[in-house]
Ligand binder design. Structure first.
Ligand code: HEM
Length: 325
């Protein structure tokens, strides 16, 4: 079975297709979050296995600066509450009696039934952020707010799209976005920064980002570049016929959530992949994707790492995907 064949019509139905228009430009594109901020789908086990494999071979993908310990516990409990609410048949969080703030956590999908004392690292099998992000498909960065800035001081990121969490950890929001073209000259970074600083405890927002990925690889981090970098060339130089199965539209659904106790902001990044062949089952999507790729300015295409692959993608959409240029 090819990777593309593991994607079903359900993946198409649930796909967060990211383009409202035929043209894509950067913007501070945030909107209020929907009812589910964490989603479990058919790739649950497979993606969790992949995360565990990556963390075992490269522990730098999970980090928590010492002052972020309270935020990590806050994040863990918030995720557990959210899962228990969204998936009550499989996820249960119960507050136990007694002096200490103890809880029972059950995740029947993974056969987990644990009790822990909130804030006591000895009561969990791994640090709180690693523990709970071993049970959801989302990546996470926790942002601390101090000196009127946001700082990316903790996280578990195994599915980065062409960046390095190990390099970025401890950097400010504006530093992290330093390499992105247009973001600073168009004042998007400062506007987004102000927006995040004002986020209130009851509020959560979502935005999307996208790129193209070859062969359905989730881990396209800077660290693993030797394993995925050349795929872009083999795709661009290979037969157009193969592109439908090999090239994926990668959409990140990102949520910003102010945590209630620590005042940190939890930034969730969920990566959804869909092969071009599956995109083409929805003619409006195929057509729109073609127009967006055709129009994308060179600096943005270079930064996204799609300047080699977009031509091949457009060719496939035209020859096999039914798109009329
Ligand atoms: C409203 C909030 C935000 C906006 C508007 C925004 C916008 C952007 C944009 C436009 C890009 C370029 C993406 C691309 O071309 O594919 C980007 C990249 C990135 N963003 Fe954000 N972002 C936001 C929040 C965050 C947060 C909270 C974090 C976590 C600390 C974050 C981390 C990153 C990283 C790590 C990159 C890649 C940078 C690199 O290439 O080294 N973003 N962001």
């Amino acid at each position: 079975m090819t990777i593309a064949e593991t994607f079903t019509s359900r993946d198409v139905e649930n796909y967060p297709f990211p383009f409202p228009r035929d043209q894509y430009r950067y913007s501070a594109n945030v909107e209020p979050a929907g009812e589910r901020r964490i989603v479990i789908d058919g790739h649950y086990r497979c993606e969790l296995d992949e995360r565990a494999r990556i963390l075992a071979s490269d522990p730098s993908r999970a980090q928590c600066l010492p002052h972020m310990e309270p935020a990590a516990w806050d994040a863990m409990l918030t995720v557990m509450h959210e899962l228990a609410e969204s998936y009550p048949d499989h996820m249960m969080l119960d507050r136990l009696g007694g002096e200490a703030p103890s809880y029972r956590w059950r995740n029947t999908l993974l056969g987990i039934d644990d009790t822990f004392v909130f804030g006591d690292p000895g009561s969990l099998s791994s640090p709180p952020l690693t523990y709970i992000f071993g049970q959801v498909q989302e990546d996470v960065v926790l942002l601390d707010q101090r000196e009127d800035q946001m700082w990316g001081d903790a996280g578990v990121v195994t599915f980065a799209a062409d960046w390095s969490f190990g390099f970025d950890v401890g950097m400010s929001f504006l530093q992290i976005h330093g390499p992105v073209p247009r973001l600073h000259s168009e004042k998007i970074a400062t506007r987004a920064h102000e927006f995040i600083k004002r986020l209130q405890p009851s509020q959560s927002y979502r935005r999307t980002n996208w790129t193209l990925t070859v062969d359905g690889k989730l881990d396209t981090s800077t660290e693993s570049y030797p394993e995925w970098g050349r795929d872009r060339r083999t795709l661009a130089d290979g037969p157009t016929e193969d592109v439908g199965e090999r090239l994926f539209l990668r959409t990140e659904v990102q949520h910003l959530i102010r945590l209630p106790h620590s005042n940190a902001v939890m930034f969730l990044i969920r990566t959804y992949l869909l092969p071009f062949a599956a995109i083409a089952t929805v003619p409006e999507w195929a057509d729109r994707l073609y127009r967006v790729l055709e129009d994308l300015p060179l600096d943005m295409a270079d930064y996204k790492g799609v300047s080699r692959t977009r031509g091949a993608g457009m060719r496939w959409l035209n020859v096999y995907g039914g798109v009329v240029p």
